[in-house]
Ligand binder design. Structure first.
Ligand SMILES: Cc1cc2nc3c(=O)[nH]c(=O)nc-3n(C[C@H](O)[C@H](O)[C@H](O)COP(=O)(O)O)c2cc1C
Length: 250
């Protein structure tokens, strides 16, 4: 039996969760391939089961992830799936929306859940979680994922309920708040050239090719606010509204 763990991760939380799924299945003698959608053009249907996961932005999954699944994933052929998000809060409309997309493709969703992880979006006013909270959330994520894998292997259906209010809030936030954020990098980020070593990692890692590296580093208008450039810069050279950034590391 071979599973595919298909994920997107900006700052590492979802990758952390994806690896927990991989390790737990491995413990049960089942191999899974980790498939980072920012590095992969499409998905074949040779796998026996699938796990899909991404972070929540403005109460739902980013279009970048949803569009990849819509366009690159073939007929589900009745294969079983786990759908999960990582997010800072206790509710979101993302997993429900993805379940719908995958069911329309012929997948069977056995598990739909969200994993609460530290908030990586604290530059804009939210608090950064302290070390104790990060440790606690990581422990809870391990417990939750172990439980989900057990349920999946026993064929037990588990769908985390999403309230109607959350569903509506997600749709509104997606339209009114998240869409204009495509210019987030242009409007908020700049570079400290005393620190920047022009390694090009930010441009190479950007999932939408939004960063140009010439004499200066510039941004286009297709940012998805994933924060990969900011938090994975090896010399922390990014500035947010002109100020240094306390980088997020999981
Ligand atoms: C632009 C942006 C918007 C976010 N909006 C939400 C949100 O609406 N609800 C929530 O619970 N978490 C929100 N978060 C927090 C992330 O979903 C969370 O930290 C996630 O685990 C990050 O995953 P990653 O490290 O794999 O990118 C947001 C993060 C970003 C960058």
């Amino acid at each position: 039996m071979l599973g595919a763990i298909v994920y997107f991760s900006g700052t590492g939380n979802t990758e952390f969760a994806a690896k927990l799924f991989k390790n737990k299945f491995a413990e049960k003698g089942i191999e899974c391939s980790l498939i980072d959608i920012s590095k992969k053009r499409n998905l074949n249907n040779n796998y026996d089961f699938y796990i899909f996961g991404a972070p929540i932005y403005a109460d739902t999954f980013p279009d970048y992830f949803k569009d990849w699944v819509k366009n690159k994933v073939n007929d589900g052929q009745g294969k079983k799936c786990i759908v999960f998000s990582t997010q800072a809060e206790n509710d979101s409309s993302g997993p429900g929306e993805l379940t719908q997309i995958l069911e329309e493709k012929g997948f069977v969703i056995l598990i739909q859940d969200f994993i609460v992880m530290p908030n990586n979006y604290y530059m804009a006013g939210f608090n950064k979680a302290n070390e104790d909270k990060v440790t606690r959330l990581k422990e809870l994520a391990i417990e939750e994922i172990n439980l989900l894998v057990e349920k999946f292997l026993q064929g037990e259906k588990y769908i985390k309920r999403i309230s109607e209010v959350t569903q509506i809030k997600g749709e509104l936030l997606d339209k009114k708040f998240y869409k204009p954020e495509k210019s987030w990098a242009q409007s908020s980020l700049s570079i400290d050239y005393d620190l920047c070593v022009k390694c090009g990692k930010c441009a190479k890692n950007c999932p939408t090719g939004n960063i140009s590296m010439k004499e200066e580093i510039t941004f286009k208008d297709k940012c998805i606010s994933c924060q990969k450039c900011v938090h994975r810069c090896p010399v922390n050279a990014f500035l947010y509204n002109g100020k240094p950034i306390d980088q997020y590391k999981i």
